[in-house]
Design a protein around this ligand. Sequence first.
Ligand code: ADP
Ligand code: MG
Length: 698
Amino acid sequence: MRPSILNPLFADLTTLEGVGPKTAALLQKVAGPRLIDLVFTLPSGVIDRSHRPPIEATRDGEHATLTLTVDAHEPPPANRPRSPYRILCSDGTGCIRLVFFRAHRDWLEKQLPQGATRIVSGKVEQYGNQRQMVHPDAIVDPDKDGELPSAEPVYPLTAGLQPKIMLRAVRDSVAQVPDLPEWHRPDVIAREAFPSFQTAIREAHNPETRMDLLPDTPHRRRLAYDEFFASQLALALTRRRQRSLGGRSFRGDGSLVAAAKAALPFDLTGDQQKALQEIQEDLARPQKMVRLLQGDVGSGKTAVGVLAALSVIEAGAQATLMAPTEILARQHFESIEPMLKAAGVSSVLLTGRDKGQERAAKRRALAEGFVQLAVGTHAVFSEDVEFEDLGLAIIDEQHRFGVQQRLKLQEKGQGTDVLVMTATPIPRTLALTAYGDMDVSQIREKPPGRKPVDTRAIPLARLNDVVAGVRRAMDAGGQVYWVCPLVEANDQLEATAAEERFAHLQTLFGDQVELVHGKMKGPEKDAAVARFASGACKLLVATTVIEVGVNAPDATVIVIEHAERFGLAQLHQLRGRVGRGEKPGSCILLYGGEPGGLSETTKARLNVLRNSQDGFEIAEEDLRLRGSGDALGTAQSGFPTFTLASLGDHQGLLEMAAADAKMVVEEDPELQSERGEALRVLLYLFSRDDAVRRLRAG
Ligand code: ADP
Ligand code: MG
C-alpha cells in the first residue's frame, strides 16, 4: 500500500481548488492525471519582474514591467465589435497600447481607469511603428507593487490553458508536498549539499532568475538524483528477486561444445572466447542469469550464443534462440545447422507461419523433450510454447525488442537463464537506465580479415552517379543493398517508397533486382531474400527489414537513402551488412537536399560514422550529439525516459545512483530498516511501486 503521507499528491487534479473537469483535462494534457504530475512539471522559464525599463528602452519580444499612465480607452468601433479593445498608455519616454481581445469593457475600466497609474507586466511587441502589449499578465496599482512577485515561473502549456491557471494549479500542488523522511545517506546529502526533497521541489518551482533553472543547481541535482535513484533501486530490487527465484546451475561436460567448435570453419576470436567463458560461468552458478551479450553486426554473437546453448543442453536441459523477425529466425536456423549436426543435437524452427498439424507436432516435441533446441520468433515463444525443461532462453534482439517485452519474457520462464544478444552498442549511461547494473559481455574484436567499410555521404541530387557506381560494383561481381528511407511509424509509406525505388531500378537493371519490405507476405519475402542470398539477383531494394536479417557474404555496397533520418547506431548496423567476405565494402549515405542544407548536427553525425567503425564509440558520440531521446530511436527501443533528470546533464548522478542502489540491495534487500521505510516512500513517489509490491509478495 502507498504510504498515506503521499495520498494527497496522488489525488485527482479536480481536488485542487478551482479546478473542474474541464481544466483538469487541460492540465492532464500537459502534466498528467494527478497532483504529483504537476509537482514534477518543472518550469521551463522565468519571468523577471525586476526588469523595469522605460518604454523607450523596451525591445521587441522582451518581457518587461512598465509603470504607465492610462491615457485613453479605444473600444472597438460599434460596427466591428470583434476587433480588439485598445488602451493607450505612456510614461513620459514614449507610449504603448495594451491590447485585449474579447474583453469586458467594465472590467477594463475598473482595472485601468483613465488617468490612473498602473504597473503592467507582459511581452512588449513592435506592431508596425507602434509598441503594444497583448493581454498583460499582471496589472497592479502602484500601492500594491509589493504584491507582485519579483519573478514568476513559466510552465509548459497547451491550447486553451491560461498561464495563470497552470501557475496556480502547480503552486497549489507544490503546497501539498509534505516534509518526507530523508531517503539518501547522510554522507551523500552532506557531500552533494542536497536540500531536502520538499525544499528542492519548492526551490525548483520558485526561480528568481534563469540561473535557478540550470541543471546543476543543488535543487535540480537533488531531484534528478531522486528520480535516478528510484529507478535504479527498482531495477536492483527486481533483479535481486529474479536471481533468487530458484535459478539453476548448468554445468556441462564440454563434449557438445567441443564437437560444435570443431565443426566451425574458424577459431573463435579472443573476445568470443571470453564472452563464452563469462556466460558459462554464469550458467554454472545457481542464481538465475540475466546477461547481455553486446557486439556489432558481424562480430559473431551467434556462434557464442549457440555454444552457450550447447552447454545447457549438455547439462540435460533445453534451450531456445529467439529472433525478432521470421527472416532472421530462418537464417539462424540454417546457419547454425552444421554446429548442431556436429554435436548431434536436434532442433526445430518455429515461426508464426507454422499452422495446424505441423505446429502441433513441433510443440509436442518440445513439450516432451524430444527436441533440445528451438529457434523461432519471439512472438511464438511469448504465446503458447511449452518446454519439457527450458534452461536457457537466448534473445537475439538486434535492438528491435523493447525493454518491457524483455522483462515479460524473463518473468515467463522462472528458472530459465536469459541471454540477450544485441547489436546495439548501448552507451553505458543508457544501459544503466534500462538494465541497472546488468551483467554484460562485450565482443569488440572483429573476426580476422574484416576491413573497414568505406563510408561516404552524397547528396540525393547525385543519384545518377550513385547508380553508375552501383552498376560498376555489380559488373565486378558484387552485390548491392539499397535501403529505402525510414518513415517513422508508417510501414505503408515506407513500403511505397521502396516499391517506387524498386520500379525505378528495375528499369535500369531488369531482373537483377529484388524487393523486400515489411508489408510483403512471409513467403514472398523469403523468396526475394533467398534469391539475393544465393546470388541469383544482385541488387536488393529493401526497407529496414534487412537490418535484422539477410546474410550475403558477397555484398560489397550498401546505399542508404535519406541517411539523415536514421540513428547513427542503426546506420552502423546497416553498414555492417557489407564487406563480410573477401572484398572490401562501401557504404553510401544518400542524403536529401543540397550539401549546404544539412544541419551542423547532421553533418557532425555523418562524420562520426565516416571516421569510426566501432559501434560503441559511435553510440557514445550519437548520444552526445543528439541527446538520449533520439540516440536509439528510444521510443521504440523502450528505454525509460526521465522527467526531472536529464541523461546529458546528470550522467554522474546516474552512476552514483546505480552504485548506491546496489549497496542498499546488499545491506537491506527487504527495505526494512528506517532508511528502507523512507526508500519505499521514494519508490512510490516515482511510481516504482511495482518493485515494492513484489518485495512484499516475494
Ligand atoms: P552477429 O550475430 O554478431 O551479427 P554472426 O554471428 O552472424 O554475427 O557472424 C557473422 C559472420 O561472421 C558469420 O558468417 C560467422 O560465421 C562469421 N564468424 C563468426 N565468428 C567468426 C570468427 N571467429 N572468425 C571468422 N568468422 C567468424
Ligand atoms: Mg546476429
